[in-house]
Write a protein of this length. Structure first.
Length: 97
C-alpha cells in the first residue's frame, strides 16, 4: 500500500508511542482521520465509537473531545451531522452538566 507523507508521519508517530495503529492503517482513512484515532488511543478512549471512514477527521475530533469531556456523544454520533454542528451540540451538553 502506498501512503502519503502525512499518513506515514502519523504511522511513525504511533510507533514512537508504542501504539499499534495497524487496524486503522487502511486506504479508507486519510492522515487526519488516522491522527484522530491515534489521539484517542493515546488517551485510552474507546476509538471504535468514531473510527469509521464515514466520519471526517473534524467530526472524529468532536466525538473524541466529547468522550474526553464526558458528554453523551451518542447525541451527535451521526456522520450526517456536520462537524461545526457537532461542536455546538458538544458545547451545549457541556453547559447543561
Amino acid at each position: 500500500m502506498d501512503w502519503d507523507l502525512l499518513q506515514l508521519e502519523v504511522i511513525k508517530r504511533a510507533e514512537s508511542y508504542g501504539i499499534d495503529l495497524s487496524k486503522y492503517v487502511t486506504d479508507k482513512f486519510d492522515a487526519g482521520q488516522m491522527d484522530e484515532v491515534l489521539q484517542g488511543l493515546l488517551n485510552n478512549d474507546p476509538v471504535s465509537i468514531y473510527a469509521n471512514p464515514k466520519y471526517s477527521c473534524e467530526q472524529m475530533r468532536e466525538i473524541r473531545l466529547g468522550i474526553e469531556d464526558e458528554v453523551d456523544v451518542y447525541r451527535y454520533l451521526n456522520p450526517e451531522i456536520p462537524a461545526d454542528m457537532m461542536k455546538k451540540i458538544r458545547f451545549t451538553l457541556l453547559l447543561d452538566d
